[in-house]
Design a protein around this ligand. Structure first.
Ligand SMILES: Cc1ncc(COP(=O)(O)O)c(C=O)c1O
Length: 172
């Protein structure tokens, strides 16, 4: 599978750590580890202090998956997979849900891998323009009609919310 160079990351590789001001970051203002650990309860602190840096189970640390499942009303811990970042999750999602000939809709501007990993899976990709003068609203139905290349069975129309670091993906 050949995926073209990621232009945004090439740009950041050149400029992210040499520019005095960054106005285009999409990451959070990270906390210092000491500040985060100050919030831990006794159990959490003990887990941290005893943490070893070896492999854990491949879907993720069971305690972490249980904690994530608590955020949701209809998801069990064994349905949670953890990833080291959204890029991994986007790749795994496309690999497992998109087949050649599927139709993928993703908004644009957006994270390049959403379109490129889907193209590398030989999906038909429609870029759904988001426009400032339209309030950044996305109208997915008209995009599907406009593209004229959606599969008859309607498989895989998906998007990812720009600025949503966990990589929200909605599909139907
Ligand atoms: C909108 C969006 N999606 C996905 C990612 C990839 O996230 P990660 O660096 O956690 O792999 C980023 C990273 O900048 C992003 O801004």
């Amino acid at each position: 599978m050949a995926i073209p160079p990621f232009k945004l990351e090439r740009y950041f590789a050149a400029w992210e750590f040499v520019s005095p001001y960054l106005l285009c970051s999409s990451d959070i203002e990270g906390w210092a580890l000491a500040d985060l650990l100050a919030l831990a309860d006794k159990d959490g602190r003990a887990r941290w202090d005893g943490l070893s840096l070896g492999y854990t189970e491949y879907p993720g640390l069971p305690a972490l998956r249980a904690a994530i499942a608590e955020i949701y009303t209809q998801v069990a811990p064994d349905e949670i997979l953890t990833f080291a970042g959204a890029s991994e999750a986007i790749f795994a999602f496309m690999q497992t849900t998109v087949a050649p000939g599927d139709h993928v809709i993703t908004w644009w501007p957006g994270y390049q891998s959403l379109a490129e990993v889907a193209r590398a899976r030989r999906a038909d990709v429609t870029l759904l323009p988001l426009r400032h003068d339209e309030g950044w609203a996305a109208e997915c139905r008209s995009a599907a009609r406009r593209s004229g290349n959606s599969r008859k069975d309607g498989r895989h129309r998906q998007g990812s919310a720009p600025g949503s670091q966990p990589g929200y993906t909605g599909g139907s």
